[in-house]
Design a protein around this ligand. Structure first.
Ligand code: 5GP
Ligand code: MN
Length: 340
């Protein structure tokens, strides 16, 4: 329930606040976290942003980035202490504690008030206050609306605005996904009004590839793309050796799955990567074919209707075989997916 009064009450006095977000944070995860952190600091709270893993270096420009604590086995005790001492714990851009690895159980048992702010489907019931809105385009959109609804829109400065802009821009696919509502455009108009340099942010995020990353993209599209016309499906599977050969860094494979989906007639795309500890999968779909349902049912995952992820503890080869073997079960849906 959207209980803004309860949030207002919770934040009335300065508090010890922790903000966390999902494993391998993307621009919405980190941008919504740092945007909210910037605002709460202005209100006098003591805020620590903790991420459960590292994240791409093309996000390092965000205001507050230098103070982010990245969880690792080495600082486990410190992170546990922060979690236990926090009076308020914000969980941003994820809705299931399994998405934050070891930190999930620590937070489940923490005494502080847990506040969920998220836009993914099927939220787990672990929070005390819930600002889940599955029709929001981005968690950053919800954060923006929350700050406004708390009566503090005037505190959104360019530093906070840039973080929120990055989240909304990336989660809407640069304002092209169906989630790009009137509210989204009105928020962007407001961010432009306060001086957010929108095209600079687009460039910082999308035009900062290394040469090897671009050559890897070329290799993946030329040699690794598999198109299964019968199922209107395309996928790319990448081995651990290939990642190594191209010196792949965190974030380097982001966006690759969208190329598979950009082929005419393709309604379902997958990127399957051997990450050594597990095989990680990204799913994208168009129209009414649910990537979320496919990920949940078959690969212990979830996400949004048209963008979801999952994983497998099996080998890459077996995971790809399982993926292909599932497609006949969805043949009818894949052949009749309404795109428009
Ligand atoms: P991506 O493919 O970009 O990693 O993720 C697409 C969407 O699915 C994101 O909204 C992400 O949060 C969600 N997602 C990715 N992997 C998983 C997963 O393993 N489990 C769940 N529940 N969601 C995931
Ligand atoms: Mn998001």
């Amino acid at each position: 329930m959207y209980d803004i009064n309860a949030l207002q009450e919770l934040l009335r006095e300065p508090k010890e606040v922790m903000i966390t977000t999902h494993h391998k944070p993307d621009a919405d995860a980190l941008g919504s976290s740092l945007g909210l952190a910037g605002y709460l600091k202005k209100k006098g709270h003591r805020v620590t942003v903790v991420t459960p893993s590292d994240y791409p270096s093309f996000l390092n420009w965000m205001e507050g980035n230098d103070d982010v604590l990245v969880y690792s086995a080495k600082n486990d005790a410190l992170v546990q202490r922060i979690i236990n001492e926090s009076q308020v714990i914000f969980c941003l851009d994820f809705n299931n504690l399994s998405r934050i690895n070891e930190m999930g159980e620590y937070i489940r048992q923490a005494k502080g008030t847990k506040v969920l702010v998220d836009h993914h489907l099927q939220p787990e019931d672990f929070a005390d206050l819930n600002f889940a809105n599955t029709s929001a385009a981005a968690t950053a959109e919800i954060v923006y609306d929350l700050i406004k609804d708390l009566g503090d829109g005037n505190l959104i400065d360019t530093g906070i605005g840039e973080c929120l802009y990055a989240g909304i821009m990336t989660d809407t696919g640069s304002f092209r996904h169906p989630s790009t509502s009137k509210n989204v455009h009105l928020i962007i108009a407001d961010l432009l009004h306060i001086g957010v340099k929108t095209s600079d942010i687009h460039r910082l995020i999308y035009d900062s590839s290394s040469e090897l990353r671009l050559r890897f993209l070329g290799y993946a599209l030329k040699d690794k793309l598999v198109v299964l016309r019968e199922y209107n499906t395309a996928y790319i599977a990448i081995t651990a050796e290939e990642l190594k050969a191209y010196d792949s860094r965190t974030g380097d494979t982001e966006g690759l799955v969208n190329y598979a989906l950009s082929i005419e007639g393709i309604v379902f795309a997958a990127l399957i990567i051997d990450r050594s500890q597990a095989v990680k999968m990204s799913f994208r779909s168009v129209g009414d074919f649910s990537a979320n349902e496919f990920a949940r049912t078959n690969f212990n995952g979830g996400g949004h209707k048209n963008a979801a992820g999952g994983m497998s503890m099996d080998s890459l080869e077996n995971t790809v075989a399982k993926f292909e073997s599932l497609l006949p079960l969805y043949k009818d849906k894949l052949q009749h997916a309404t795109v428009r």
